[in-house]
Design a protein around this ligand. Structure first.
Ligand code: ATP
Ligand code: MG
Length: 572
């Protein structure tokens, strides 16, 4: 393609609204344009990248045995009422009415529609298992659309849905998708991790998220370099290496009440009393489905609400307000402690506290703390224990014996779920089994954020000059800079010839024949990030040479045309 004849609107200035590098570079390089909050138009360069992502996704889905379909964006409310999500989904669901005042929504996802298709078309176990997918526009009225394509309101997703007779078949289908996702992200050239995930509101049992590692990611992942353990920090655990402590020694110090005026935080308490935060027991009052529960943690640990909620199996879990905490414990916030609590207040302690003796805690009196408390002597051991704490970097890996956890940021680009019968039961997706009995089918669902991948790739692969596309995603493989092409017919002719030859060999090429200074041409190619750059100039032609540079390199090389040809073979 010739740049002089292309729609390639570049921006010199970084747009003020763009915080993330990917958003800035995609705007500046003329890949996308904003229409309104969370709504973006794909320009020619951007669309070429998007199509390449789609292609890799499509090939790997097809290879896994899934079949492509295309469902509608507009979905009737009745299906969402049947699944119960018309009320549950909340304001992310954009609802609309047609001219007959019938309710519809714009699809944020397609479990309802696919279940409706399945209940009409699948009758017998012989038709299962089956996996159907689409690559299509989704709409979610995100509360905070931001970071350009990363969290848009309208975006492109690949969503697949599988149907099975039994759990074994579901697990097989799930594994096939998990493996296909690995191949997709590998082929796209991304540094990614598959992490164990909280399946959140969608319901179901097992789920994994696929994250591209990048500092700007919205999610936090804990992973081990020694083994394949990786989990969203919302779920991550660490090995419990501390053994439970026994009874205190006969000469262990006895409890002392100390004055701690205005000392309400662990840090202040540690400093005031001259003890390590690890020897402080902190208390947090939460409301589990509005019922009070006192949580105990080591002073240097943070509470993980998601893990705690899963352990409790409640629907809502939240921190109590100051008033609620004081009402349920009878003590002022900052001075609450596990000794002498109201007898009907349930307590749940973090497992790490089993090893902590001779500790300090609030005394349930204003401006007072205890020192030298011992479980089993000064107060009873808590009856209920669980893993409540957020993991920290350096914690022992829960899976392998030798590794330690590292914590990094990730961008979620894919998600696989075992849904079980969450939708098939509500919508009545039943088929006849071998014995002629009706059975509710099991489902899996599998999403890939196709448009988010474009932004995530840029987050992971850029430098101070611009984007560095992996070969698999580049909008063009080769950029040719024709220096002074307007004035030199020889340069233009040589550049066009090279362009045509590369294109004929299936190597997509952008020829910069614009009437621009060489500095501008070079900067443009660096900004848009094509993997290979070739320069044609009168001086080079006189030497019988072309200049070549890979986008990832700083140095260029002079190559004879045939050498260059060899070098570019295989780029596609
Ligand atoms: P998130 O936690 O980022 O909101 P989600 O759990 O809502 O994601 P899914 O419903 O699992 O996402 O959707 C599948 C994939 O679609 C996600 O893994 C993500 O890559 C992509 N995706 C979700 N929301 C958006 C969005 N607002 N803009 C772009 N891509 C998105
Ligand atoms: Mg979401």
């Amino acid at each position: 393609m010739r740049a002089s004849q292309s729609f390639l609107p570049l921006l010199k200035e970084t747009p003020a609204e763009a915080e993330l590098v990917s958003h800035q570079l995609l705007l500046r390089g003329g890949f996308i344009r904003r229409l309104a909050s969370g709504l973006y138009t794909w320009l020619p360069l951007g669309l070429r990248v998007l199509r390449r992502v789609e292609q890799v996704v499509r090939e790997e889905m097809d290879r896994s045995g899934a079949q492509e379909i295309l469902m509608t964006v507009v979905q009737p409310a009745e299906l969402w009422q049947e699944s119960g999500r018309w009320d549950l989904y909340g304001p992310e669901l954009l609802r609309l009415k047609d001219r007959h005042q019938r309710d519809f929504c714009l699809g944020p996802t397609h479990e309802e529609v696919i279940s409706d298709l399945a209940r009409r078309e699948i009758r017998s176990y012989r038709q299962l298992p089956v996996n159907l997918y689409q690559i299509q526009t989704k709409f979610r009225d995100e509360i905070r659309p931001r970071f350009g394509l990363m969290r848009a309101r309208e975006f492109i997703m690949k969503d697949a849905y599988s149907f099975h007779m039994d759990q074994a078949s579901l697990e097989e289908g799930y594994r096939a998708m998990y493996e296909a996702y690995g191949r997709v992200f590998q082929r796209l050239g991304l540094d990614y991790r598959a992490v164990e995930a909280d399946s959140g509101a969608i319901g179901g049992k097992r789920s994994h998220e696929f994250h591209v590692l990048a500092d700007s990611g919205e999610d936090t992942i804990a992973f081990c370099r020694h083994c394949d353990y990786a989990a969203n920090v919302e779920l991550a655990e660490s090995a419990q290496k501390e053994a439970a402590s026994g009874s205190p020694a006969a000469d262990a110090p006895t409890p002392v009440l100390v004055d701690t005026p205005g000392i309400r935080t662990v840090a202040a308490q540690a400093e005031h009393l001259g003890i390590e935060p690890s020897r402080i027991v902190k208390t947090i009052l939460v409301l589990a489905d509005e019922r009070p529960l006192l949580l105990l943690l080591r002073g240097d640990d943070e509470l993980n609400l998601v893990k705690t909620q899963r352990h409790l199996g409640c629907t809502h879990l939240r921190l109590a307000t100051t008033e609620e905490a004081e009402e349920h414990t009878g003590a002022p916030v900052g001075f609450i402690g596990p000794r002498d609590l109201p007898p009907d207040l349930p307590v749940l302690a973090d497992l790490r506290l089993r090893a902590v003796q001779d500790f300090s805690s609030g005394a349930n009196r204003r401006d007072m703390h205890w020192l030298h408390l011992h479980w089993g002597r000064d107060l009873p051991w808590p009856e209920r224990w669980a893993d409540l704490r957020a993991v920290q970097a350096g914690d022992p890996c829960p899976r392998c014996a030798s590794g330690h956890l590292e914590i990094c940021r990730g961008i979620e680009v894919g998600h696989v779920f075992q849904l079980g019968t969450r939708y098939s039961e509500k919508l009545g997706v039943r088929v006849l089994d071998e014995g002629g009995r009706e059975q509710t089918v099991l489902m899996g669902c599998y999403g890939i954020g196709v448009s988010r991948i474009v932004a995530a790739t840029v987050e992971q692969s850029h430098d101070e000059r611009g984007i560095v596309w992996p070969e698999a995603l580049a909008p063009f493989q080769v950029g040719i800079v024709a220096i002074n092409a307007r004035k030199s017919p020889a340069v233009l002719a040589a550049a066009v010839e090279l362009h045509d030859r590369l294109e004929a060999a299936g190597i997509s090429t952008l020829l910069d024949d614009r009437d621009e200074r060489p500095g501008v041409q070079f900067a443009t190619l660096d900004l848009i990030g094509l993997p290979h750059r070739v320069v044609v100039s009168e001086k080079l032609l006189a030497q019988g040479m072309l200049e070549y540079r890979a986008r990832r390199d700083t140095d260029h090389q002079l190559l004879a045309p045939e050498e260059l040809w060899q070098r570019l073979q295989g780029a596609s």
